[in-house]
Write a protein that binds this ligand. Structure first.
Ligand code: ADP
Length: 429
């Protein structure tokens, strides 16, 4: 029997009897990725003493996906975390003795999902390290400040404890309304959740909350339990809360001025029982008014702002105002997203630039901030928004959904580099 035949038998064996198959109850890292072929792979990892102590996976793909997932878990088990991070598609293919050319992408999906699960381990460890350091930091002071009442002190502690359990807070902003800020916030949150992250979506647009409609939660009502506000869960790892859940009818107008808004937002941030989250995406009203200001002052680090604009609205003054707002409140700008940038022709698939396009990169360069990506116009975004169907979920293969996925990768990378440059950074898993 030739070596090549023996190796392909090895792959065959994993097709039929994949090893390390099934989720772990307790894990240190987790990731789920849907590849361009439509197969989804999910990994769970346990880390001990800087090594991958256990790695498991599941997939809805067929034989080659099972074989590739199995081999990636076998290659990772027992390796140092930093070595396991180096495992690539070619290593999985080599260990399997190759796969048919049309199935080689399964090995890429397995290597990428493994990598994402390792990154997830590292992010969780960094968050935990930060939380325990917080206990001795000024923000979680055991001492009451001279200028605060007992109640204010208790509230500050509660807020800090709540925010400490969130890996990264992302404030989605825009210079003006109608540029797709809420659509972007909702779809970023869903894309992060589809990647296996624990995500919260908070709508602080007190005068025009649109997240409930976009998420199909028009009839959502707030529930309080044990003095906490319970968010509405969507699909297991996405939790949503909006001011609209507190209104008797979604036609009720809210007439609140600055201090009332500040207090409502503080209560949202302090009292919502999110549990530990990897990301909290916050949709704020357009501009640089009370809501984004309150949020920016309360969320603490690590956090960042995402600025949404459209090609026809690429007004330097708008973006400059948002960037200077972020500087004033010490909120790092993660970057600019150019929404409604070009149209994919439904007939020929070609790209039509309805408005001028590409100015986003130049503007980002000029402002010294990152350009996170362009989301094309897709009429289905409007249909999904009106019908309350999460777009990136329904049209996972569309160019716009892929643009969201790429933007999420850049945001995750920005989060990583922010953590690495933070002074409280501990060693990774
Ligand atoms: P904002 O929060 O900035 O006011 P919305 O998210 O409410 O904006 O979006 C305004 C309108 O634009 C909605 O009807 C939404 O469906 C639509 N829209 C947003 N982004 C896109 C896009 N990329 N393609 C097509 N329509 C979009």
């Amino acid at each position: 029997m030739s070596a090549e035949r023996a190796l392909s038998l090895k792959a065959m064996e994993r097709f039929e009897r994949p090893r390390n198959y099934g989720p772990l109850d307790q894990w240190d890292g987790h990731a789920r990725i849907t590849g361009p072929c439509g197969d989804t792979m999910e990994f769970w990892l346990k880390v001990s003493d800087r090594r991958i102590a256990q790695a498991t996976f599941i997939t809805d793909g067929c034989g080659p996906s099972r074989a590739a997932g199995s081999m990636a878990t076998e290659l990772a088990t027992g390796k140092l975390v930093k070595e396991a991070l180096q495992i690539q598609q070619k290593d999985v293919l080599q260990a399997l003795g190759g796969l048919p050319q049309e199935s080689e992408h399964c090995a890429l999906l397995a290597a990428n999902t493994l990598k994402a699960a390792i990154r997830d381990c590292q992010e969780r460890k960094q968050t935990n390290d930060r939380c325990s350091e917080c206990a001795s930091a000024e923000c979680y002071s055991k001492q009451r400040r001279e200028d605060e009442s007992e109640q204010e002190y208790q509230d500050r502690q509660a807020l800090t404890q709540r925010m400490c359990r969130i890996g990264y807070k992302l404030l989605v902003m825009s210079g003006k309304g109608g540029v797709g800020k809420s659509t972007v916030a909702a779809n970023l949150a869903i894309t992060l959740a589809l990647a296996g992250k624990q995500v919260g979506l908070l709508d602080v647009d007190i005068h025009g909350p649109s997240i409930p409609k976009l998420m199909g939660l028009d009839d959502g009502r707030a529930v309080a339990h044990d003095g906490e506000l319970v968010p509405i869960e969507v699909g297991g790892n996405l939790k949503v809360i909006s001011i609209a859940f507190f209104l008797a009818s979604n036609r009720d107008a809210v007439i609140w001025r600055g201090p009332m808004k500040y207090n409502a937002i503080r209560q949202f941030l302090k009292d919502v029982a999110w549990g530990p989250l990897d990301y909290l995406v916050i949709d704020s009203p357009p501009g640089t008014g009370d809501e984004p200001l309150s949020v920016a002052q309360m969320i603490g680090q690590p956090a960042g702002a995402v600025l949404v604009t459209t090609p026809q609205d690429l007004a330097i003054s708008d973006v400059r105002r948002s960037v200077s707002f972020c500087e004033k409140v010490s909120l790092p700008v993660v970057g600019i997203i150019e929404n409604m940038s070009g149209l994919t022709c439904p007939h020929c698939g070609g790209r039509i630039d309805l408005f001028k396009t590409g100015g986003g990169e130049a503007l980002a360069r000029e402002m010294g901030v990152a350009h996170l990506g362009r989301i094309p116009i897709d009429p289905q975004i409007v249909v999904c928004g009106d019908d309350g169907i999460p777009y990136v979920h329904r049209f996972a293969e569309s160019p716009a959904a892929q643009a969201f996925a790429e933007i999420v990768e850049r945001i995750t990378a920005a989060h990583q580099s922010q953590l690495q440059s933070s002074p409280s950074e501990g060693d990774t898993a």
